[in-house]
Design a protein around this ligand. Structure first.
Ligand SMILES: Cc1ncc(COP(=O)(O)O)c(C=O)c1O
Length: 457
């Protein structure tokens, strides 16, 4: 990269919001009206942001307003919007080969990316890789692979989990009733059990104790009542639950799951679609627990916005034969080029920044639990951070509408956050966020929380 490009990239990285029109502006209103006429009403828009261009942390809308993006397009643009190295890799690849279908032909970049991921895998090699186009596809692959390899049918997943919306992935998802309403019957054989969301359901226990209790529920209740362990193929788990509320699992919970899996020949599948690719300050969130999974599902942040879903397993597990599973577009060369370039940036800057700046941000936010009556809990790892909003700290009554108002009010001030879970604000900025941008976003978030608190009191 030339010095000029690098300076420009640094300048955009440090940019801050600038709101010039009432929101939504006239052009945004036109697009929102067309969208209402033409686009599936199943999408869940929190506020009328109509994006036109992005650079680093900044999103400019169709009316020239500039926003600071603390959502990263739902935890996807790990390297920031249009990182110059990612853009250059995409442009180069698009000029050379856009598609040939890795399911029927070969291209070298697929093995290069597999090699690269193998070097940072959270379990010992050798590994094998399946390439698809989305998080849900990475989960579908893991689900089918687990059944194929073990010749067992049963699957265990957790309340609060989000694994995607295709029928197989949806069968594992247990995040919001609307995601499942009127779609039954789903894939049979899936059972949900409690996830260690200690703040809300721990009943005063420590994170460790509640984590262990949740894992032992599988052994002591499930296996002794409805689910013979020898019929279970896999346990699917998010080391930090994402859509369910940005809830990190205590390490002891994951360690217990590993022990249970080992004891009964069950595969442990880590869904790292949202928590992976450096977001928590390590390549994979499960690494914080020291637990090694058997299968890892990857998507979102790995290719900075190009569609790519990857299922990585210990090599011996991927023992299916030609024709068992494939997808025409999976592992598209342009998406792979974006992933390789993204991995360079994440390795060089993202991991360290996510760990260091994320910790600083969390420390500041944790102070809010004392100073703000509606901040019930602050949690997270790296740049996967959350503030849980409650009506009352004693009852912990959920305040979903107030949470929504906080997110909308931040949008009006030029900072993009998203909610998750029933009553939580999530912070998932690109991993290249600067200290100045983090301070700005936290100032805005605190101000919005204060406004809602004053209205509520
Ligand atoms: C943990 C997790 N798994 C799977 C998915 C599904 O990914 P996609 O929306 O790319 O299908 C998501 C999406 O939010 C997710 O957060």
């Amino acid at each position: 990269m030339t010095t000029e490009v690098m300076t420009r990239a640094a300048a955009v990285n440090g940019a801050l919001p600038n709101i010039k029109t009432a929101l939504p502006g006239p052009n945004a209103q036109r697009v929102v009206a067309a969208d209402a006429r033409l686009i599936s009403p199943s999408y869940t828009r929190s506020y009328p942001l109509v994006a036109k261009r992005g650079r680093g942390l900044m999103i400019e809308d169709v009316d020239g307003n500039q926003f600071l993006d603390f959502s990263a397009g739902i935890a996807v643009v790990s390297t920031g919007h249009c990182h110059p190295e990612v853009v250059a890799a995409i442009q180069k690849q698009a000029g050379e080969l856009i598609h040939m279908s890795g399911t029927d032909f070969y291209y070298e970049s697929m093995t290069q990316l597999a090699d690269r991921l193998s070097r940072v895998a959270p379990m010992p090699g050798p590994h094998k890789f399946y390439f698809g186009n989305s998080g849900a596809e990475a989960i579908e692959c893991a689900l089918k692979l687990a059944r194929y390899h073990t010749k067992r049918q049963g699957i265990i997943a957790f309340y609060g989990a989000f694994h995607g919306r295709t029928m197989g992935a949806l069968s594992l998802t247990a995040s919001k009733p609307q995601q499942r309403r009127r779609f039954a019957p789903l894939v049979p054989g899936v059972t949900h059990v409690p996830y260690p969301y200690t703040y809300r359901f721990g009943n005063g226990q420590s994170e460790r104790d509640y984590g262990i209790a949740c894992a032992r529920f599988i052994e002591e209740r499930l296996f002794k009542t409805t689910m013979p362990p020898e019929e279970v193929a896999a346990i699917f788990v998010e080391a930090v639950q994402g859509e369910g509320g940005y809830v990190p699992a205590p390490p002891e919970f994951l360690q217990e799951l590993r022990r249970i899996c080992d004891q009964h020949g069950i595969l442990l599948v880590a869904d790292e679609v949202q928590s992976g690719a450096g977001r928590t300050g390590k390549w994979w969130a499960i690494e914080h627990s020291g637990v090694t999974p058997d299968i890892v599902c990857i998507a979102k942040g790995i290719a900075s916005g190009m569609p790519l879903g990857i299922t990585m397993s210990k090599a011996n597990i991927m023992d299916w034969v030609p024709g068992s599973h494939a997808s025409t577009f999976g592992g598209n060369p342009v998406a792979i080029a974006a992933a390789l370039a993204s991995m360079d940036v994440i390795e060089r800057e993202g991991l360290k920044n996510a760990a260091k700046l994320g910790e600083k941000m969390k420390q500041r936010m944790q102070g809010w639990v004392k100073t703000h009556p509606m901040v019930g809990d602050v949690r997270g790892r790296g740049l996967m951070l959350a503030v849980e909003i409650v009506k009352d700290k004693q009852t912990k009554a959920a305040a979903g509408a107030d949470r929504d108002r906080i997110v909308e009010s931040a949008f009006a001030k030029g900072v993009l956050f998203l909610g998750c879970g029933e009553t939580t604000v999530r912070l998932s900025p690109p991993l290249i966020v600067t200290q100045e941008q983090a301070d700005y976003a936290l100032d805005v978030l605190e101000k919005c929380i204060g406004e809602v608190e004053r209205k509520a009191s």
